[in-house]
Write a protein that binds this ligand. Structure first.
Ligand SMILES: Nc1ncnc2c1ncn2[C@@H]1O[C@H](COP(=O)(O)OP(=O)(O)OP(=O)(O)O)[C@@H](O)[C@H]1O
Ligand SMILES: [Mg+2]
Length: 415
């Protein structure tokens, strides 16, 4: 049986296969191993789906259609049974996930030179926090979607456990590591005993000392930064003429979060925004909100905010260009403002690290292996340095270590 290792990420995905005695990641887009987890339905072309960078480009270039990003998040929310409107029909959000999965499976089969029957699928430690039944349901749903995509056999590995397997390949001595996989949708932690000699043992269960996970990730950082910087420019926090009525916050919150952006384009929400605009004390701002809703610019804003966040990883200040909303408009952002905007999320990461150590009955570890795009945020790294002062901090490939680890597991399970 031929198997793939599939890291379906909130923001980015990758898929690996066993080839000869080794493993490789399949080229999935323009020769690259990583693809944005994005699908665009092109209305001018019979709702034809485009994937990854092509999907993002089509949207940014202004093609009429629907962009979907952050789809993995819906598995953890009440949006799981939602549909989204295409040009002439609507489609279940979960079907879009299956289409994306099938697309990557086809790319992996091209690289493998034959069909793939089985998949070792990554999953966050928690899809749903504090609700085991809902959490199990999300995994079952994802397994069904993998079957819908064409796999006959589906098994799961926690994403940070997979990353540990990848790190282990580089380790020359036995150590206890804490993997911190800080992604787009979730942050996942595992404490694992690794070492060159342990690699060969068949059952590694006893080496996995603890796992914790929280639904905190880069898409939340984006939302918070957007709520602090861009949303006030389009009306959030401004007043209505009739002071009995507060400016509704939910439109802005939905518009600022990747998984809910498309929900804002319904006629009902647009009517609400028109009403708010009629009553606004600062109508120049709510006029921008109407522009964003009617021209479907929510994802444009999200991309701008995400880029600003990434700029703030190295820089102290930046500006989010909003000229596509109104000529000359921009929203300044600083590292300090960003760090404040994500303070509550940072605290949740800190608690998840504490819990992981407590579950493993450890005070510290030898090494912290940081992976996932959001592990690059300086304030995130600071939390881990702070909680594990004696440990060395190591990084591998921030975006591919989970996929590589899943493929190693596929090799171990299916040869
Ligand atoms: N230099 C950077 N600084 C800060 N954040 C970054 C940087 N580069 C990427 N990111 C963020 O990392 C996130 C994507 O990381 P990654 O690809 O690891 O997530 P994912 O695997 O798709 O998500 P998950 O594992 O949670 O499902 C995005 O939110 C992105 O904005
Ligand atoms: Mg990930």
């Amino acid at each position: 049986m031929r198997a793939a290792g599939f890291d379906f990420g909130t923001s980015n995905s990758a898929i690996g296969i066993v080839k000869g005695n080794g493993i490789i990641l399949a080229p999935v887009e323009n020769g690259a191993a990583m693809i944005p987890s994005a699908v665009f339905f092109d209305f001018a072309d019979g709702d034809k789906p485009l994937y990854g960078r092509n999907a993002v480009d089509a949207y940014v270039n202004g093609n009429d259609g629907r962009l979907m990003r952050g789809l993995k998040t819906i598995l953890s929310t009440s949006l799981i049974d939602e549909r989204t409107a295409l040009s002439k029909r609507s489609i279940k959000l979960t079907d879009v996930i299956a289409m994306f999965s099938r697309h990557l499976k086809a790319k992996a089969e091209e690289a493998a030179g034959g069909p793939l029957d089985a998949v070792v699928h990554g999953r966050p430690v928690r899809f749903v926090e504090g609700d085991d039944v809902a959490d199990a349901r999300a995994e079952t749903r994802l397994a069904e979607l993998a079957r819908q995509a064409g796999y006959n056999e589906v098994s799961f590995v926690y994403e940070p456990v997979a990353a540990a397997a990848q790190y282990e390949l580089t380790a020359s001595r036995e150590e206890t590591i804490l993997v911190a996989d800080i992604g787009g949708g979730t942050s996942d932690f595992s404490i694992v005993r690794i070492g060159p000699d342990r690699r060969r043992s068949a059952d590694r269960k006893s080496d996995i000392l603890a796992n914790t996970g929280v639904r905190v990730g880069g898409t939340d950082f984006d939302r918070n930064l957007s709520m602090q910087t861009v949303m006030p420019e389009i009306g959030l926090g401004t007043e209505l003429i009739d002071k009995q009525l507060p400016m509704p916050r939910s439109i802005f919150a939905d518009l600022a979060w990747w998984p809910t952006i498309n929900l804002c384009y319904t006629p009902k929400i647009v009517r609400e925004a028109q009403e708010v605009h009629r009553l606004a004390v600062e109508p120049q701002k709510t006029a921008r909100l109407l522009t964003v809703l009617t021209k479907h610019l929510g994802h444009r804003i999200a991309f701008g905010v995400e880029q600003a966040k990434i700029d703030l990883t190295d820089g102290e200040r930046t500006a989010i260009a909003l000229a596509f909303v109104e000529a000359g408009l921009e929203a300044p952002a600083t590292r300090e403002k960003f760090d404040n905007a994500i303070a509550a999320e940072l605290m949740r990461l800190r608690l998840a690290v504490w819990n992981c150590l407590a579950l493993a009955d450890l005070q510290t570890v030898d090494t912290v292996f940081m992976t996932g795009g959001s592990s690059l945020v300086p304030a995130v790294e600071a939390v881990l340095r702070d909680e594990l002062p004696g440990a060395q901090i190591k990084r591998g490939d921030d975006f591919l270590s989970v996929a590589l680890g899943l493929t190693l597991e596929a090799q171990a399970r299916y040869g």
